[in-house]
Design a protein around this ligand. Structure first.
Ligand code: MRU
Length: 354
């Protein structure tokens, strides 16, 4: 894969760039040490980048896949201006299979499929690029809206806990849960952020801390296992997380460890907020049990930063997401408003606004 660097420092809102007819993805595996972009020129490279975590975070995965469809259509049309639609199907399947849990991936591909269905003759790439750019822009705008909604739920001034990375790096910009945190901090409502380091990929330590330190928002990292003790110590009002898929009954799939945070939060009287765009709600998935949970390679747990850390011969269970039941969620915050104490009726009512 070709790598490029920008002239100056990279901002968290530049995780995905469309430049010179190619998709540039900030290689999040190498942050915070290196600010290097991987160049994707076709669907296969884009799918590989999604699968190998160059780009990650549900909304960002969806945006990357949208650009991947543009690259695929350009390629297929150049090779066969008449029969490109049939050949493109293979690329759409490849992109859709890159990661299984984040429903934004399927949502974005479905949006481009609709555009493809409406296209007449000629090169499909310009029209598809317009749609991918619109998805990208819209995601950032939606995050700003949900940031304001979420900040409105926070009263007083306190600390919050967050998990994984849900910032500009994981989205089209600004962030979901981190967008709420940014908005609430700017309103003087957040004293500090406790960020779980988020084993095994360390999205909290490497990415969330990178974003918050750059913003000047006080952040303290903690081992994931420290979160319950931190709640017991007091001073934390909310746990604020993102989501990879929200089922029709309000159950939430998010980074492994989220469920434990929700259980601990309820025990300690700490509120639990999920911030996600409406595209993360999947009405076709009835409940959390129906959400496909991605299992990743054993090496991710057996190693840390590429170094073996485990006793040889140990087995590994490595689901990278878990499901938090709706009953443990105080609020789902979207760009269209807040769903308090979510259930199937409230989710259906919310989706009727779309
Ligand atoms: O495995 P990852 O890094 O893609 O997991 C990301 C998360 O779990 C995020 O919390 C979720 O995608 C929401 S990002 C706005």
């Amino acid at each position: 894969m070709q790598e490029v660097s920008l002239d100056g420092p990279v901002s968290a809102d530049q995780a995905l760039l469309w430049r010179d007819d190619s998709l540039l993805l900030l290689d999040q595996r190498r942050l915070p040490r290196d600010e290097v972009f991987i160049v994707c020129r076709d669907a296969r490279a884009t799918a590989d980048a999604i699968r190998t975590m160059v780009v990650r975070g549900a909304p960002a995965i969806g945006i990357a896949a949208a650009y991947g469809v543009v690259l695929a259509a350009r390629d297929r049309y150049a090779r066969d201006p008449q029969g490109w639609r049939g050949a493109l199907e293979e690329d759409l399947q490849l992109l859709a299979a890159a990661r299984p849990t984040a429903v934004n991936l399927l949502w974005a591909i479905a949006r481009l499929r609709t555009v493809i269905g409406d296209l007449g003759g000629g090169d499909p790439a310009p029209r598809l690029l317009d749609e991918a750019l619109a998805i990208h822009r819209q995601d950032r705008a939606d995050n700003l809206r949900m940031g304001d909604f979420g900040a409105g739920l926070i009263t007083g001034r306190s600390a919050v806990i967050t998990h994984c990375n849900t910032g500009g790096l994981a989205t089209g910009g600004w962030g979901t849960a981190l967008g709420v945190i940014r908005a609430a901090y700017s309103q003087g409502k957040i004293e500090r952020v406790y960020a779980d380091e988020t084993r095994p990929w360390l999205q909290g330590a490497r990415l969330t801390a990178w974003e918050l330190v750059r913003d000047g928002i006080p952040v303290e990292l903690m081992a994931d296992s420290a979160a319950a003790a931190r709640m017991a110590a007091g001073g934390v009002s909310w746990v604020i997380v993102g989501a990879d898929r929200i089922a029709a009954n309000g159950d939430v799939a998010n980074k492994i460890g989220t469920y434990g945070l929700a259980v601990a939060a309820r025990h300690h009287g700490v509120k639990f907020m999920v911030a996600a765009p409406t595209s993360t709600i999947d009405p076709a998935t009835l409940d959390g049990a129906a959400i496909p949970i991605e299992q990743r390679p054993a090496e991710e747990v057996l190693q840390c930063a590429g170094q073996p850390i485990a006793a040889a011969g140990a087995g590994v269970w490595n689901p990278v997401f878990d499901v938090t039941p709706a009953t443990l969620v105080d609020a789902i915050v979207t760009e269209l408003g807040i769903i308090e104490r979510p259930d199937a009726d409230k989710i259906a009512h919310h989706l009727a606004k779309v």
